[in-house]
Design a binder for this molecule. Structure first.
Ligand code: CP3
Length: 411
């Protein structure tokens, strides 16, 4: 039986205006159906014309928030991820994970797995086959374009990304080439096309890129960093060098977004994972203008491509994030969803923001947190997600529960 959740306590003004089109009525409650229950509804689900996720981002009336999850992305626990695969409890999921494990054994290097079109398609589709999320993200990495920009790198088990020759001088930055995706990552375009064929419009195929500051932080630091001293040394003593590098990433990532869209990506997420290491004033100098430039430049050629911005730990920067011009800001769980909505303003949709740690809780607790997040986000322009990727050790049955509950929701 469908249960009525407490009424939404959001501003009655339309949450989203602007580019994405007119906004609809605000419903007063979310109907939280019991898991697995069919709920008759009048509002649209994903159609042959447009996936649910894209409709929601555009501020259209949808029957429930679209939902997708990122597998672990930028965590330092790749090896354990493989360990996790052995403790599975759900048969379909188990088979997928075991097949991923076999792939990892056969292709032990992340770059091998992520730069081969067949493997990229197969791995990207694994969560889709089991959970039918509303978004299917390309299996790749924000660092994948680096070799094409003359920046050799690898992802080393237990260590994370390694940039062999960190960029620390004007001469080194001068050697960085502009990225030509067709030439360097044709497998990305091919994989996106194949994903579109496979997924049809039952889910949105999602591309992604790294933001200039985040990419620069890997390249200047030489890999993952705790204190970001190298990039800050450059920013605060030789800013021109850093600005040159940021500009190269900006032009290249704008092109890469276009390439992904031309090959089938229906929305593109920009990860500025480390922007929140910057003070607000430094964010305004070293990140915001470049993000804005990417968005403006993509809009010129692809005006209706939805762009999502993710910056982990972005509570201190929230008001500044919509200034980039993106369609969606993805929140992590350290921000209350209702407060986040107010602070972001009415021109932007929101994604998130359940704590990935909640998936270690009881099923009842997981359900409660999902409903709470959905109510606080309101019934327009919300993409339900975790505040970051799934954590290593997350019980798979809880991931399944997350999707079942989320897909049973009706506004
Ligand atoms: O659901 C998915 O398939 C997500 C695809 C994805 C990956 N990386 C795959 C990946 C995405 C969206 C990313 C983005 C990414 N990569 C970010 C931004 C997101 C965030 O977490 O803030 C960052 C900062 C990176 C850089 C990066 N890549 C790190 C720090 C690591 C971990 C290295 C390690 O040894 O664990 C990676 C590798 C990586 N990229 C993995 C995955 C699944 C884990 C390694 C593996 O599976 O072999």
């Amino acid at each position: 039986m469908a249960t009525a959740c407490p009424p939404l306590s959001l501003p009655s003004t339309s949450l989203l205006r602007g580019r994405a089109g007119p906004r609809r009525r605000q419903l007063s409650a979310v109907r939280c159906s019991a898991v697995g229950e069919a709920v008759a509804e009048e509002a649209s689900v994903g159609t042959a014309v447009e996936p649910l996720l894209v409709s929601a981002i555009r501020g259209k009336k949808v029957e429930r928030p679209p939902v997708w999850l990122m597998r672990q992305a930028g965590s330092e626990t790749g090896l354990e991820f493989v360990g996790l695969l052995l403790e599975v409890t759900i048969e379909g999921f188990r088979q997928c994970l075991v097949s991923y494990q076999l792939l990892c054994e056969r292709y032990p290097k992340f770059r091998e797995r992520s730069e081969n079109v067949d493997l990229v398609v197969e791995i990207s589709l694994q969560p889709w086959k089991v959970f039918k999320p509303d978004g299917v993200i390309l299996f790749s990495d924000i660092l994948t374009p680096l070799p094409g920009m003359n920046i050799p790198f690898d992802i080393v088990k237990g260590k994370g990304p390694v940039i062999y020759d960190p960029l620390r001088t004007a001469a080194a930055v001068n050697e960085v080439r502009e990225f030509v995706p067709e030439e360097w990552v044709p497998y990305v375009g091919q994989a996106l096309n194949l994903l579109r064929q496979e997924v049809k419009n039952e889910a949105a195929v999602l591309g992604f890129v790294g933001a200039p500051f985040t990419l620069a932080s890997y390249c200047v630091e030489g890999g993952s960093s705790k204190n970001f001293t190298m990039i800050k040394k450059m920013a605060f003593s030789e800013p021109t060098i850093l600005h040159n590098l940021l500009q190269k990433f900006t032009t290249s990532m704008a092109n890469y977004i276009r390439y992904q869209a031309d090959n089938g990506a229906q929305a593109v997420q920009i990860f500025d994972s480390w922007a929140t290491e910057l003070s607000p004033a430094d964010f305004e100098e070293f990140s915001l203008p470049y993000l804005k430039q990417i968005v403006d430049s993509v809009r010129e050629t692809h005006p209706s491509l939805p762009l999502i911005l993710y910056a982990s730990g972005s509570g201190g920067l929230l008001e500044r994030l919509p200034l980039t011009g993106v369609d969606v800001v993805s929140l992590d769980w350290t921000v209350d969803m209702a407060e986040g909505r107010k602070r972001l303003g009415s021109n932007v949709a929101v994604q998130g923001n359940v704590d990935p740690g909640v998936l270690f809780g009881s099923k009842e607790f997981i359900s409660k947190r999902i409903y709470d997040t959905v109510q606080k986000a309101g019934n327009v322009g919300h993409v339900l997600n975790l505040g970051h990727g799934i954590k290593v050790g997350t019980p798979e049955e809880n991931v399944a529960h997350f999707f079942e509950v989320a897909k049973g929701i009706r506004y």
